[in-house]
Write a protein that binds this ligand. Structure first.
Ligand code: SF4
Length: 490
């Protein structure tokens, strides 16, 4: 089965993780708004989708495989009663690719009912799972979300809601943005380094939590703010407000810089920055750092579009006569179901997905702009396509540094062996993809464009130094793994 967003299935892309939603409304069912919000987050996961609601008496759940539109029909949404709801779209980063790992995860226990949606990846899930198994917990999946749910359920038997969440946060280690229902109370939790995004929005009759602000826009809500790293937000059951609890504080954050580069929607605001504007700014920096005079600059659609427009704007401001044009036309109907059993089928898929506009390309020097190169397979095919369409020169400009290391926070970056930049110089990569020249944007220019210091961003996949303590890898800070064997009340 293909994985990730439809372009990821065809192109050589890092694949994003999951999308989460939480909704608490005054006096209408939360399921329909949650369903619409999941549509807005579809790019964050396409393997499965699900919603859990609670009506004050009973928890309801529906999960299904595939896109949101495949996983639910009207009756499924109608059956999910209750003013409190959470939702999830999933790309599996830990655990199997089947319905047993579809989220939200739900569990009923002596202390009530829990529903839990997770975006992120725990790096100590096995240790926490083993400890809980020793204490008698039985697991139905191999995913890390169930580990969080069991740990929280256990803590809720011994403590009130806020200290119970705090205990769980002190035990789990890794990246997590969570939306949770505990009976009909909706919670949002963000990991202490804020690696994954989570925002809070206000509706006319309630509040919403979501991975990206674009989901809040879908129901005409207003973005209130980002959920802070290490914060628990508790939405009131009557939809009239929320409480904030800062449970863990770290001196620095570790926001994933790739959210700005590729994962998040351009129309989303992530940690106070509009993603589209960040991408245009990355494009401007790219011209300043590595601009090349050519006849035309064009994006790889759709991922390179904002970068290319910023690049061209900066070039024209600097007096270059470069034209900004679309040179590759996208076939929107080649989707995730396209069967690609062999390398030649995958190569054909790129040609089915993108076709050059010969008049823009023929007899001209072309600069092709994109956000990243993972394995390099797509880049070389795109260069070939442009040359076949008559380009005299093809220069490739990338709005991020070379990806040299895997991601342990759940993004599928491929293994180190598969990454084209892991053991090659930029010149060697240019040769391999057949480009006349290739330049990447250095990390300091990326941080400048994002407007955050390097100390507040995760850039592990380009530096090989991670903000979490990952076995066998370097860490760029002192974040130590929690002692999972410590007594719960420590
Ligand atoms: S390693 Fe890369 S993709 Fe993974 S969280 Fe860090 S910046 Fe994001």
């Amino acid at each position: 089965m293909s994985r990730g967003r439809s372009d990821d299935a065809v192109f050589d892309r890092p694949t994003e993780k999951c999308g989460v939603v939480g909704v608490s409304l005054a006096d209408r069912d939360a399921a329909l708004p949650t369903y619409y919000a999941l549509y807005a987050l579809q790019h964050r996961g396409q393997e499965s989708a699900g919603i859990v609601t609670h009506d004050g008496f009973q928890q309801h759940q529906h999960v299904g495989m595939g896109l949101v539109g495949d996983a639910f029909d009207e009756d499924d949404v109608e059956a999910l009663r209750g003013n409190a709801g959470i939702g999830h779209v999933r790309y599996p980063t830990a655990g199997s690719v089947d319905k047993s790992c579809a989220q939200p995860f739900s569990v009923s226990f002596k202390g009530g009912a829990l529903g839990l949606s997770h975006n992120g990846n725990l790096v100590n899930a096995d240790e926490v799972r083993a400890r809980l198994a020793d204490q008698g917990h039985a697991f139905t999946s191999d995913g890390d979300t169930e580990v969080i749910a069991h740990d929280l359920a256990r803590n809720l038997l011994e403590a009130d809601l806020v200290p119970a969440v705090e205990r769980t946060m002190n035990r789990i280690h890794g990246s997590y943005s969570l939306t949770i229902t505990h009976d009909d109370t909706v919670l949002g939790v963000r990991d202490p380094l804020g690696n994954r995004p989570l925002v809070l929005g206000e509706l006319e009759d309630g509040y919403v939590l979501a991975s990206e602000s674009a989901a809040i826009d879908t129901f005409g809500g207003d973005l209130v703010r980002d959920v802070r790293p290490g914060e628990l937000v508790v939405l009131h059951e009557d939809g009239a407000g929320y409480d904030s609890h800062q449970l863990v504080e770290e001196p620095n954050t570790a926001h994933c810089f790739f959210e700005y580069v590729y994962f998040a929607r351009p129309d989303s605001v992530v940690d106070e920055e509009l993603v589209y504007e960040v991408r245009r700014e990355l494009g401007r920096h790219l011209w300043r750092e590595a601009g090349v005079d050519s006849d035309v600059v064009m994006p790889v659609p759709d991922s390179g579009r904002a970068f290319a427009s910023g690049y061209a704007e900066q070039a024209q401001d600097a007096g270059s006569g470069v034209e900004f044009a679309e040179g590759l036309m996208k076939n929107r109907y080649v989707g995730r179901t396209f069967i690609m059993p062999t390398q030649s089928a995958r190569e054909r898929a790129v040609r089915l997905k993108l076709n050059p506009i010969r008049s823009t390309v023929e007899g001209r020097s072309v600069t092709l702009v994109d956000d990243s190169i993972v394995r390099g397979t797509t880049s070389s095919q795109l260069v070939d396509l442009l040359r076949e369409a008559g380009a005299n020169e093809v220069h490739v400009r990338i709005g991020a540094p070379p990806i040299t290391a895997p991601c342990y926070m759940g993004i599928d970056m491929a293994t180190r062996d598969e990454l084209i930049a892991a053991d090659r110089s930029t010149e060697e990569i240019a040769d391999e993809i057949g480009a006349d020249s290739l330049s990447y944007l250095p990390l300091d220019a990326v941080t400048a464009a994002i407007g955050k210091s390097e100390a507040d961003l995760c850039a592990g996949c380009v530096t090989g130094e991670y903000p979490f303590d990952v076995a066998g890898e370097e860490s760029d800070r002192d974040a130590e793994r929690p002692d999972v064997d410590a007594p719960a009340d420590d």
